[in-house]
Design a protein around this ligand. Structure first.
Ligand code: ASC
Length: 150
């Protein structure tokens, strides 16, 4: 039991120390992973958006849960834009890699804004959520405009 645990812990340590790209066996896996993460993030972000835009009734608990999920998802994609993942089934523009510092900055801005939306949503006040939603949506859009093909 102890041996198994030791092996597990050392495997975990090696995995954490590996460069991000090496966490995916193939570039297609990284592309699939990041698309899935964007899809899940967008789904939960969109549910908050529906309440903000009056397309769905406001439910404070659901807003907080969905915003929290969007914030959690917003942390996942970035290791999946490694080298060699610019080709294949992707709409990512070459600028993601050519202008990587700018891409990272945009990614971090999005994480901060979606994080703020999640902490605001915990308060359960629709007006405050509306205020926090705008900059979060703008941070999604700015990345689409600069780093996504359509
Ligand atoms: C969403 C979603 C996005 C953003 C973006 C904001 O609900 O899926 O990617 O909002 O459209 O402009």
């Amino acid at each position: 039991m102890k041996k198994t645990l030791n092996l597990l812990m050392s495997t975990l340590a090696v995995c954490l120390a590996m460069p991000a790209a090496a966490q995916f066996a193939k570039p297609e896996d990284a592309i699939k992973y990041r698309k899935a993460a964007f899809t899940v993030m967008s789904t939960h972000f969109g549910r908050v958006g529906a309440m903000v835009n009056g397309r769905a009734p406001f439910d404070a608990k659901a807003a907080a849960e969905n915003a929290e999920l969007a914030a959690t998802m917003s942390k996942l994609h970035w290791t999946a834009f490694g080298e060699g993942t610019d080709k294949g089934e992707t709409r990512a523009k070459p600028e993601v890699w050519k202008d990587n510092a700018k891409f990272k900055e945009a990614a971090e801005k999005m994480q901060v804004e979606v994080g703020k939306l999640a902490s605001t949503a915990k308060g359960g006040n629709l007006d405050a959520i509306k205020t926090a939603f705008g900059p979060a949506a703008a941070s999604c859009k700015s990345c689409h405009d600069n780093f996504r093909k359509d």
